[in-house]
Design a protein around this ligand. Structure first.
Ligand SMILES: Nc1ncnc2c1ncn2[C@@H]1O[C@H](COP(=O)(O)OP(=O)(O)OP(=O)(O)O)[C@@H](O)[C@H]1O
Length: 240
């Protein structure tokens, strides 16, 4: 890793993104400059339509920016009107883990295989993938549910399985879209504390889109978007 070890894992410089043409044009993001270091959990908040999902999708290379520079894990990924990497799918698989509001577990695979699948798709053999899946489920304290089908898991358990899946390929960057929206306060805090632990122990950068005020104190930084711009940023007071 050498010189890039201490560089921020996510860097956006002057990023802009619009949708549509002419009268119907919507400027979803304007002049976004933001860096996220390893070991940090950043919250993204803002009113509906302020650009939170667009920002996450740009970092994930699912949407292409119109202007600016995007660098992930020390590598410039988009600049000067084009992607600097050809294989965006491989980039996503290697560098990024995703966690969604509704965990999106596959209903016909048990917890272990939901996690293992992410690894086999990336080329890991099935036996090794299952072994690591069980280790991850243990790490997230849901190991005793390893053989359960998603329909039998509680919301909090399912979200931990989804986090295990997001960690499967050891991504340094984790993007989460409202990961606690379907959970009560207690479980939401547990999930956020797990994400904090992952950030610290695995030196990951985690960005979480959230409307959920009950977890605001769990972030290292809380960035507020309004009308596609960064309106403010604060360091929340930490609750015990
Ligand atoms: N694919 C698209 N085509 C056209 N307009 C879009 C598209 N995606 C987003 N937008 C517009 O871009 C702006 C930002 O949307 P975005 O979904 O990023 O907001 P958000 O902050 O995530 O909102 P919410 O909290 O409701 O999910 C909105 O005006 C939205 O209507």
């Amino acid at each position: 890793m050498g010189g890039t070890a201490s560089a921020p894992l996510v860097v956006l410089e002057g990023i802009a993104k619009g949708f549509g043409e002419g009268e119907a044009r919507v400027q979803a993001l304007s002049d976004i400059t933001l860096s996220v270091e390893a070991g940090t959990v950043v919250g993204l908040r803002g009113p509906s339509g302020s650009g939170k999902s667009t920002l996450l999708n740009l970092i994930a290379c699912i949407l292409e920016p119109d202007a600016g520079r995007l660098a992930l894990a020390g590598e410039t990924v988009w600049e000067g009107g084009r992607y600097r990497r050809r294989d965006l799918r491989a980039l996503r698989r290697e560098k990024i883990g995703f966690i969604f509001q509704f965990h999106n577990l596959l209903p016909f695979l048990d917890a272990t295989d939901n996690v293992a699948l992410a690894m086999t798709l990336a080329g890991t053999g099935l036996a090794e993938a299952r072994r690591r899946a069980r280790d991850l489920l243990d790490y997230l304290e849901v190991g005793r549910r390893a053989a359960a089908m998603p329909a039998k898991l509680s919301g909090g358990e399912a979200q931990r399985v989804a986090i295990a899946r997001a960690l499967a390929n050891r991504p340094r960057i984790i993007l989460a879209d409202e990961p606690t929206a379907a959970l009560d306060s207690e479980r939401a805090r547990v999930v956020m504390d797990l994400l904090r632990q992952v950030a610290r122990e695995q030196r990951a950068a985690i960005l979480v889109v959230t409307h959920d005020e009950k977890i605001f104190d769990r972030f290292d930084r809380l960035v507020s978007l309004r009308d596609g711009r960064i309106e403010s940023e604060l360091v929340p007071a930490k609750a015990a």
